[in-house]
Design a protein around this ligand. Structure first.
Ligand code: AN7
Length: 354
């Protein structure tokens, strides 16, 4: 029997900025499934793997970075932490802060957070401030708070976050045996694309991988600063997790794309919701809208014949579908299709069995 998964700090300790005395605040994050997608592979003419990050303890990839950021914050004597968030960072931060005994303060754009994520921050005991503004406005305030008051900022501008998140690239290589040809993922504040690139590069430098993937980032049309080439003042998309107009890791992400021979593109809300449904109906994987953006971007690239034929492609599915059920249900006519009496033949007839 192989030993149980110990969380990303213990599994990848040598690669992370922790010492023997750093207290390890973990929920057993990482070690998420890498699932082969038959229909996507057929559709795009490549071998497509899904890195299912909704399998993390709070339901998104943020947990990888948060275990490192919160552990180090605790080691440094913090007693409060703060983040701006479109939802998942706050869900993750508040869970790890609860374990560490830190006081979590969350700044979110008013009315723009999926219900599941707000429930997480609430139940973990956060002080939640709804800001009349965008995520980008929230991040400005969070940065200022951390400069002027005794509170640690754990947004991905904190480099410890990217250190933790790079472990997802390690896991991909550990499972596939080498780097893929192409790695596709949604982009919001642009931290994760940098984290993966860092992880792939470190593994290659250490001889654990011989290939580096091209990094493709995908934004939503209404929140696509990389595509329009400047910040977007009023970002808007159904994928609220990536409703970000002024990404903090802009230049780092641009470098990751340049160095890897990749790029950042955008897809419509309609393409995102279509991909979300297809993933659920064909692969059995339920993701939140933002997480479907990578798949939507891959599909549209395949239509333009831009995906390397026969290549190995990894798509990161960043967050769990259960975080935002309202958006998905709005796309269906009714929750309950048919009501029947307690009668087997009536049930069979209604279900189309004969
Ligand atoms: C599901 O929670 O920024 O490009 O405040 O929740 O690294 O920002 C969330 C981002 C993709 C984009 N998919 O990642 C936040 C937040 C999901 C996300 C992204 C987010 P980055």
């Amino acid at each position: 029997m192989s030993p149980p998964w110990r969380g990303v700090i213990e599994e990848y300790r040598d690669w992370l900025p922790v010492t023997a005395t750093t207290p390890v605040i973990t929920l057993g994050e990482g070690g998420t499934p890498l699932v082969h997608s038959d229909w996507l592979s057929r559709r795009v003419g490549a071998e497509v793997w899904l890195k299912v990050e909704g399998g993390n303890p709070t339901g998104s990839f943020k947990d990888r970075g948060m275990t490192v950021a919160i552990s180090v914050a605790l080691a440094q004597g913090a007693d409060a932490c703060v983040c701006a968030s479109t939802g998942n960072t706050s869900a993750s931060m508040t869970a790890y802060a609860a374990r560490a005994g830190l006081r979590p303060i969350v700044l979110v754009p008013q009315g723009k957070i999926a219900a599941g994520k707000l429930a997480q921050a609430t139940v973990h005991g956060a002080h939640i401030l709804q800001v009349r503004g965008t995520f980008d406005d929230c991040l400005v305030i969070a940065r200022e708070l951390s400069v002027r008051y005794p509170v640690t900022l754990v947004n991905s501008v904190n480099p410890l976050r990217l250190q933790g998140q790079k472990t997802a690239a390690f896991e991909v290589v550990d499972v596939l045996g080498d780097g893929p040809d192409l790695h596709v993922l949604p982009v919001g504040n642009a931290g994760n694309i940098c984290a993966y690139w860092q992880g792939y590069q470190e593994y290659a430098a250490a001889g654990r991988a011989s290939r580096l993937p091209s990094m493709w980032g995908i934004q939503a049309d209404g929140a696509a600063p990389f595509v329009v080439g400047r910040p977007v003042a009023a970002p808007e998309t159904v994928a609220t997790a990536i409703r970000i107009g002024n990404p903090a890791s802009w230049s780092l992400a641009a470098d990751a794309c340049d160095e890897s021979g990749g790029r950042i593109g955008a897809v419509s809300d309609e393409q995102i919701l279509r991909a979300q449904r297809d993933l659920a109906a064909r692969d059995g994987v339920f993701v939140e809208p933002a997480s479907a953006a990578g798949v939507a971007g891959l599909l549209s690239a395949a239509e333009r014949r831009e995906v390397p034929v026969g290549g190995q492609v990894v798509v990161t599915l960043t967050g769990h579908g259960l975080k935002d059920t309202a958006t998905v249900m709005a796309g269906f006519d009714s929750v309950i299709d048919t009501v029947v009496d307690v009668e087997v033949h009536a049930a069979a007839a209604a279900a189309g069995l004969s």
